[in-house]
Design a protein around this ligand. Structure first.
Ligand code: TNX
Length: 635
């Protein structure tokens, strides 16, 4: 492309972007590749019709999806007909539009007509999601909204994703979530054009997938003693105590969920986490470990390990499969046979993370095995295990993906890597020409707290919305051709309820959705914040418990050269006014307004803070005692 042409294209792209930024009522997440707002609008009414081409049942099904989505709030039952003169037209391109690829679409709305074109049904589906987002927030209501005008601004949109893998992981082992809630999770992913649901189905705290040839995995492994305390410091099971907390998905449930996801163009990636994280499996079949510990029980969030920092740890109970025992591979063959039959996605995840090698290393038989097979250390032994699992998975005609520990001791041929310990595993895997999915902790970890820690539920690390949004998921030194995409992970040790899950997911999943879909150069933080606020309105309608944490300030406490406590307040959200008190009154807009770092007066008891945005209360009341401030002092 000649420079002048390129400049012209960039110019148009900028205008389009500017139009989106300034256009009223348009708050699309993820932001489309290009959007032009025109004058006028398309109006949904009780007589709106949806036209689909003849003999395209999949497009007709998407039309029905649209009908079902608009019905509760509008009360309209739109008619679907094989027609090209209907008001809303969904249409597959007769000749592929090269710009759109496998998931892109064009959307054109004017008075009286809305048209979505794509090369594939997935593209049509994403066009429908965009159309729904162009409707007012009340469209998200599950009950009839009276006197609303169901207007869609007139637009021309051309849109397609940055990455083909746009994922969200859900850990249903640490806490169990119902089949209905899993569907909700999937449906909400679809709204933001996410297309990979990674289902963490097994761990120390529960085995959640029915394996018909191994019934104890769910009759025993799906249940643990009930605990409500902080995960990781709960009481261990008491002798004779009944295991009443838990649950699992039958194969029928799984088929239903896979189908539900498929109808939303989401592939389901099942994870069976081995050889570590296997206490639920071992509580069911104790002879699969080197310790054969028959007293082992499904872990209820009691502590069984010591962490030394630097990622080093020791397990006090054996939660690892024995990699030297043929029985283990027979067991895994059974598991993966049934898993492969249930999940149509090309990949199966075999975990591979945080495997403690101490019980292996102390075992005489394992030592003899390692010597015989010329395996020098625990990492090489784990690599031996992973390669064998790789063969099993390959025999089931699937590809294997694992956490970045599968790089240690030598990666299995063809395996894909999920980079979680930062980005370095991803960089290394791409260097070795293996496919990569980026899900680096802490930034893409949805279990991290997302704001001021004194008012967030406690957990070990932080990931704020702005960090999620602005994170560079393909570092410069990485060969991006191997990056399939990225995902956010909702680990649920500290997340026992649906409401809390939602609090952790939203709005951070929106930041990821945009990072994974929208071209990097188009990302714009202040503009994103404005759109997030529009989506808060949608979530209010949908009764989603999103976190308002982005409105809470970032508090930094330092000591001045004179030994005084210095308070520095910042905000990640533009136009946030921060008010504070040091006199035990509750702050509001009449209190001192923060402008620059200040000294916390000697003798004061509390620092209290509240934020306002555009004149309205925004953040939550934060109270830090003098001793809290002292603890936070960073030199
Ligand atoms: C690390 S990420 C884990 C999980 C925990 C998570 C908590 C990974 C592969 N392992 O087992 O749930 O941290 O943030």
């Amino acid at each position: 492309m000649k420079f002048r042409t390129l400049r012209g294209v960039l110019c148009i792209a900028c205008c389009v972007w500017f139009a989106q930024a300034t256009a009223q009522n348009i708050s699309l997440i993820p932001a489309p590749v290009s959007l032009r707002q025109e004058t006028g609008h398309f109006l949904f009414t009780s007589t709106t019709t949806v036209g689909v081409p003849a003999k395209q049942p999949e497009v007709a099904r998407i039309a029905q999806y649209l009908v079902d989505k608009v019905k509760p709030a509008t009360g309209y039952i739109l008619t679907v007909a094989e027609s090209n003169t209907a008001h809303v037209i969904l249409q597959l391109n007769a000749k592929p539009d090269a710009r759109l690829g496998q998931e892109g679409y064009t959307l054109h709305t004017v008075a009286g007509k809305a048209e979505i074109n794509a090369n594939t049904p997935a593209g049509i589906f994403y066009g429908v999601q965009t159309l729904l987002q162009l409707l007012p927030p009340e469209i998200e209501s599950s009950s009839l909204v009276k006197d609303a005008e169901w207007k869609v601004p007139a637009v021309t949109i051309v849109d397609y994703p940055r990455f083909s893998w746009r994922g969200q992981m859900f850990d249903v082992s640490r806490h169990f979530f119902s089949k209905e809630y899993v569907k909700k999770y999937i449906d909400r992913m679809a709204k933001y054009k996410m297309n990979r649901f990674h289902w963490h189905l097994t761990d120390d705290n529960g085995w959640r997938i029915e394996i018909k040839s191994l019934p104890r995995l769910t009759s025993v492994g799906a249940w643990r003693v009930p605990r409500v305390g902080t995960f990781g410091s709960n009481d261990a099971p008491k002798p004779g105590e009944l295991a009443t907390y838990g649950g699992f998905y039958t194969q029928q449930d799984i088929k239903e969920i896979v189908q539900y996801a498929k109808e939303r163009y989401i592939e389901v990636l099942p994870e069976i986490d081995v050889p570590g994280h296997s206490m639920a499996a071992l509580a069911s079949y104790p002879d699969l470990s080197v310790t054969n510990d028959t007293t082992l029980r499904v872990n209820p969030g009691s502590s069984f390990s010591t962490w030394f920092g630097n990622g080093k740890f020791e397990m006090h109970l054996d939660n690892t499969l024995d990699p030297t025992d043929e029985k283990v591979y027979q067991f895994l063959d059974k598991v993966f046979t049934e898993v492969a039959a249930l999940f149509p996605f090309e990949y199966i995840h075999m975990g591979g993370d945080e495997c403690y090698k101490g019980f292996w290393e102390r075992d005489k038989n394992v030592q003899a095995f390692m010597k015989k097979n010329n395996l020098k250390n625990g990492e090489e032994l784990q690599s031996y295990f992973v390669k064998r699992v790789g063969k099993i998975i390959q025999n089931k005609k699937k590809k294997m993906i694992g956490w970045d520990e599968i790089l240690e001791g030598g990666i299995a041929p063809g395996a894909a890597v999920m980079s979680w310990r930062g980005t370095k595993g991803g960089i290394e895997a791409a260097h070795l020409k293996h496919p990569v999915v980026m899900s680096p902790a802490p930034v893409y970890y949805l279990d991290m707290y997302q704001g001021e820690r004194s008012i967030e539920p406690p957990v070990y690390g932080s990931s704020r919305l702005k960090e999620v949004y602005t994170f560079d998921l393909v570092p410069a030194e990485m060969d991006s051709t191997y990056v399939l995409g990225a995902q956010g992970n909702l680990w649920t040790e500290q997340i026992p309820t649906e409401a809390h899950a939602e609090y952790m997911i939203y709005p951070r999943a929106l930041a990821m959705a945009e990072a994974f879909w929208t071209p990097e150069k188009q990302k714009d933080w202040p503009n994103f914040v404005t759109r997030v606020e529009e989506h808060f309105k949608r979530m209010d309608e949908a009764h989603i418990n999103y976190a308002p944490s982005m409105y809470d300030p970032i508090i930094t406490v330092k000591k001045s050269p004179q030994g005084k406590i210095m308070i520095d307040l910042a905000s990640e959200v533009p136009e946030l006014d921060i008010f504070y008190t040091v006199d035990n009154t509750i702050p509001n807009q009449y209190s001192p307004r923060y402008s620059t770092a200040f000294e916390f007066p000697t003798g004061a008891d509390n620092l209290r803070i509240i934020t306002y945005r555009k004149g309205e209360p925004a953040g939550r009341l934060i109270t830090l005692k003098t001793e809290d401030l002292e603890k936070r002092i960073r030199k």
